[in-house]
Write a protein that binds this ligand. Structure first.
Ligand code: NAP
Length: 245
């Protein structure tokens, strides 16, 4: 009977299971953490029904938004972001959703920020991009989204990006899965020639450690960061929520 777990699709690679299993072992906690690989989110109620011991869940790609209708309550920030990556299961069986991605991202990017990092470009418009937008808004950094097809929330499409647009956005955050292992030779299509030392390129991807997106930034002298620190920090924030009263 598992106590904690991860809901997602094709998650055998999962960082969370390894992270929490190691944590429970190191801290002598008699808990278990399992993956629930779902073909569709409609299988979620079965997970809850078949695992009555569950105390908390993480939610990952592609269910951070589609999980919301299955919850009894959603915390205000997660509601504003529109995505849930953490679920706490109360002693009454009620499911409450939270978002800790924005906290992990904010804490990890903060030490890298410089005064000239004035505007941000967010590549992708999925669940994670919304948490990133929320975190940057809190840091008073205006953001524009880039999508592959025109979308109301996205000012730009990848095809419409120019060198001037890149120069005007000193922070560029990859919130797409492009470049994730094993597709390590892929990267978001942006005009890298306009990237300079003034830029901060942040990739939410953590496998590989250095994506092609980050390599292209490093070559141009940009400050770079992968998503490993964010991942660790969001997991710790999930833990704090699960064990809080
Ligand atoms: P998601 O909801 O599925 O969104 C993915 C976004 O990427 C969508 O906007 C999608 O566009 C876009 N996209 C996918 N393939 C693309 C392509 N070939 N060209 C252009 N755009 C493409 O996923 P998510 O939950 O936001 O996660 C995004 C990434 O962030 C994943 O790699 C995930 O592992 C990573 N992540 C990392 C952390 C961390 O702690 N480090 C936390 C959260 C997420 P369409 O809408 O057009 O499909």
């Amino acid at each position: 009977m598992t106590d904690f777990g991860l809901i997602g699709k094709d998650i055998s690679y999962s960082f969370s299971k390894a992270h929490f299993t190691a944590k429970f072992e190191e801290e002598g906690l008699d808990y278990s953490y399992d993956n629930f690989d779902l073909d569709t989110i409609s299988q979620f109620p079965e997970v809850i029904k078949n695992n009555p011991n569950l105390l908390g869940l993480n939610v990952t790609i592609p269910y951070k938004e589609s999980i919301i209708p299955y919850l009894d309550e959603v915390d205000g920030v997660a509601q504003e972001i529109g995505a849930v990556n953490t679920i706490k299961i109360g002693s009454d069986g009620k499911l409450k959703g939270y978002n800790t991605d924005h906290l992990g991202f904010q804490a990890s990017i903060f030490p890298l920020l410089a005064p000239h990092h004035e505007n941000a470009l967010i590549l992708g418009t999925g669940g994670a991009s919304k948490a990133i937008n929320f975190a940057l808004k809190q840091l008073n950094i205006p953001c524009n989204f880039v999508s592959r097809t025109p979308r109301p929330e996205a000012r730009y499409t990848f095809g419409g990006l120019t060198e001037d647009i890149i120069k005007a956005h000193q922070i560029i955050i990859n919130c797409t899965p492009i470049g994730t292992y094993p597709n390590v030779n892929e990267c978001p299509e942006i005009p890298y020639d306009a990237v300079s030392e003034a830029h901060l390129l942040y990739d939410l991807i953590y496998n590989p450690i250095q994506t092609k997106f980050l390599i292209c930034g490093e070559i141009k002298g940009a400050t770079i960061s992968n998503g490993a620190k964010m991942l660790e920090l969001q997991a710790e924030k999930s833990w704090e929520i699960w064990v809080s009263e």
